[in-house]
Write a protein that binds this ligand. Structure first.
Ligand code: TRP
Length: 384
């Protein structure tokens, strides 16, 4: 008499038609952010800019951008109001940088129930000690003082993140380098699921920004990372006055006291930012006495060039990048109804995909009892 165990093994050798490699012509891109605050220049340089570029290259089948509110709740469970408010702020930031709802499917994590369902099945495939080894989560536990009382939901969030990615068959995940451990775990989970239940998931890969500097934008205080919690961020939604104030307060070279002193470029945040944003055309327009950034740096190093002049130039360069973003944001701010509609429509689309994938998953696991005629046949055989 056949046992169910045997059946599952047989399924393993029948790959799902979706996974036929020739059939995957184009990438499925998925990425997301926790809605815990407005997005800043670090997000912009590290990922948003990249996403807009990918959107324009149009070399994908589907591009999803998810607002990870459920994940944000894993360490903000006692402050849901913060998540509720920032959901729309993040959506506004997405639209303001030029992500286009006609090309990108925006959706809200908590509203796709299939994600929660998949997470529960994935949890069986991961050991607690493996979860405890994730270096990003380790650092976050320290940072949040979770050492003595660690919420179970928090330690397992990488499993939920694996579900975010795998439910949509995403193969490309553009993220910052701190997310690489999450992708690693997602690949392990995909592999483990495929081994046990049969080929169902693609192993996704992280795509990091090419330029090294874009991987970790420093804060205006010179700290290694721009971050909301450190209070050293320039936000996409900052107005002109705020931007100016922040740049004028930027960390430069503490030994560059008199204008005539030679200055240092390394660790000088003004120059770090100019490296990222300044183009030759900016010199033509705003600082024609220098041909390019190399010429400006040379003068600074030699001595005779003041910080204020460099900062004023940087303000103009940043304004050039941020003003169109601000304007687009202002338009959407006046039309919040349509922003919610965009999220709602995108979420609907994401759920359709989620539902069909979860059916595939349940079938692979043999828990699709009511659609499975084989199961009845098997039982009939057993009781014959
Ligand atoms: N963990 C990511 C962050 O903190 C957000 C996120 C949740 C995500 N799910 C994702 C990113 C899936 C990429 C893919 O920024």
């Amino acid at each position: 008499m056949p046992t169910l165990q045997v059946r599952i093994i047989r399924w393993k050798v029948t790959p799902s038609p979706f996974l036929n490699k020739e059939e995957i012509l184009k990438d499925i891109i998925l990425t997301g952010d926790r809605p815990t605050g407005r997005l800043h220049l670090g997000h912009y340089v590290g990922s948003l800019r990249n996403r807009v570029r990918m959107q324009e290259e149009a070399n994908y089948d589907r591009m999803y951008v998810m607002i990870a509110d459920s994940q944000a709740l894993t360490d903000n469970f006692d402050n849901p109001g913060k998540i509720r408010e920032n959901l729309i702020e993040v959506a506004l930031d997405y639209l303001s940088v030029g992500l286009d709802p006609n090309k990108v499917t925006f959706f809200v994590q908590s509203q796709v129930e299939e994600l929660t369902e998949l997470t529960f099945y994935f949890l069986n495939l991961v050991s607690l000690s493996r979860l405890e080894r994730n270096p990003t989560v380790k650092a976050e536990i320290k940072l949040r003082n979770f050492e003595t009382s660690l919420p179970a939901g928090f330690i397992i969030y990488p499993v939920s993140q694996a579900a975010d990615i795998l439910l949509f068959d995403a193969n490309i995940v553009p993220v910052g380098e701190d997310q690489e451990p999450m992708l690693e775990q997602a690949r392990e989970i995909a592999r483990s699921f495929n081994n046990i239940y049969g080929e169902t998931f693609i192993e996704p890969k992280a795509v990091l920004p090419e330029e090294k500097i874009a991987r970790r934008m420093p804060g205006i205080d010179g700290a290694a990372k721009m971050s909301k919690s450190l209070g050293n961020a320039i936000y996409l939604a900052d107005d002109k006055k705020t931007l100016k104030k922040k740049v004028m307060s930027m960390y430069t070279d503490p030994d560059h006291i008199n204008i005539d002193d030679p200055g240092k470029i390394e660790g000088n945040i003004v120059f770090t930012y100019l490296d990222v944003f300044a183009k030759d055309s900016h010199f033509e327009r705003f600082l024609p006495e220098y041909e390019n950034l190399d010429a400006l740096k040379a003068h600074y190093k030699r001595g005779g060039l003041g910080d204020v002049k460099c900062k004023k130039f940087l303000i103009k360069v940043l304004e050039d990048e941020l003003e169109p973003i601000r304007q687009r944001r202002a338009q959407y701010e006046k039309d919040l109804d349509s922003v919610f509609k965009i999220l709602e429509e995108g979420t609907k689309k994401a759920r359709e995909k989620g539902r069909s994938k979860i059916e595939e998953v349940k079938k692979a696991m043999g828990i699709n009892y009511f659609e499975d005629k084989d199961l009845i046949k098997f039982l009939e055989e057993k009781y014959k």
